[in-house]
Ligand binder design. Structure first.
Ligand SMILES: *Cc1c(COP(=O)(O)O)cnc(C)c1O
Length: 356
């Protein structure tokens, strides 16, 4: 089976973990600080705050941005559940805006209609590693005085006109095992705002400013040095791993005939966290997935049910209709694009998909 995802772990990661184990200092420490510096450099920003996951990064980024009960946050329904949950954790209300059919990302043309006096922020998601239309989002945000918290969990290394994902608003990344780079589990908040960074650091560690004196309610969302050591080895590989994903996606785009392949607009550096194709309206996805899996090709459905249709979300927020997200949720199939693919794997994927 050609898996849909596979982390790239080499001798550097193994040696780095052993070194931490032998040092006897496992908790958040010097490696985490070094990893934060490197991650800030990657994004071209001043500050990075390492966390225990992408979810906790989003949670403290929203809290530090002042999002709380009574506030509304505009976001996409076509994403991993954590994007929405992080808004709910703050006591705020997610407001879903439909997506663009070509990019799978939030459609900026629909956002202004969703703004109310309670709207405080936009939480766009750079889905599959492809940036949202940040020019349009920044224009809307500045016109209405809204904050932008980017869910860049799938977009480490992605850029728009050379400007990195995560550097347009407050950026949040995941370092989960299947993401483009990993620390096992982990996350990162990035920002140019020193005061916001300080708030994040406090929220990450029980609101503790001075040892065992606490000024506010906080959490344990820390990253351990064991995880940071893996992340540091991975960040050195990011450019190479991304280049491989790009080459794999270019090959698939050039050769797949029976499905709608992803298009990338000029000025966007896509990092291909997922390579996601669409079946034409009305085709049987279950049968297609079965046929590919039987031919040894791993597949993923990201995501089979948009967030606004999940039962607890409907109970909490009521029902809304978002036709593009609902349609695409029925049509998408993600194919392997990860850096381990060989030329033979790519040829197998093309041959089998073209039999659909
Ligand atoms: C992975 C992911 C998250 C959450 O990250 P974790 O590290 O799993 O907590 C949030 N949003 C998106 C879009 C993701 O893909």
């Amino acid at each position: 089976m050609i898996p849909i995802a596979k982390p790239y772990i080499g001798s550097e990661e193994k040696a780095a973990v052993l070194e931490v184990l032998e040092s006897g200092m496992l908790a958040q420490g010097p490696r985490t600080a070094r990893f934060e510096e490197r991650f800030a450099q990657l994004c071209g920003v001043k500050q990075a705050i390492a966390t225990s996951s992408g979810t906790t990064a989003l949670h403290i980024a929203l809290l530090a941005s002042g999002i709380g009960p009574g506030d509304e946050v505009i976001t996409t329904p076509f994403t991993f559940i954590a994007s929405t949950n992080s808004i709910l954790f703050c006591g705020a209300r997610p407001v879903f805006v439909d997506i663009d059919e070509e990019t799978f990302n939030i459609n900026p043309a629909l956002i202004e209609k969703a703004i109310t006096p309670r709207t405080k922020a936009i939480l766009p998601v750079h889905l599959y590693g492809y940036l949202c239309d940040m020019d349009a989002l920044q224009a809307i945000a500045s016109r209405h005085g809204l904050k932008i918290i980017e869910d860049a969990c799938q977009a480490a290394g992605a850029a728009y006109r050379g400007k990195a994902a995560g550097s347009f608003g407050v950026g949040c990344f995941s370092l989960y095992a299947t993401k483009n780079i990993t620390s096992g589990e982990g996350g990162m908040v990035v920002t140019d705002d020193d005061a916001l960074a300080e708030k994040c650091r406090l929220l990450r560690n029980h609101g503790m400013q001075r040892r065992y004196y606490y000024d506010q309610l906080g959490y344990n969302f820390r990253m351990s040095d064991l995880h940071a050591a893996i992340g540091l080895a991975q960040i050195d590989r990011l450019a190479e791993l991304t280049a491989r994903r790009r080459a794999n996606a270019a090959y698939l785009n050039a050769h797949l005939k029976t499905v709608i392949t992803p298009k990338v607009k000029q000025d966007y550096d896509h990092v291909w966290h997922q390579y996601t194709v669409r079946l034409n309206h009305g085709r049987d996805r279950e049968a297609a997935v079965k046929q590919l899996n039987e031919a040894g090709i791993g597949t993923g459905i990201f995501y089979p049910m948009p967030v606004h249709q999940q039962s607890y979300i409907q109970e909490k927020l009521g029902t809304v209709t978002l036709p593009i997200a609902e349609q695409l949720a029925k049509e998408v199939i993600s194919l392997p694009v990860h850096p381990h693919l060989s030329q033979a794997d790519l040829e197998t994927i093309v041959r089998e998909v073209n039999k659909l």
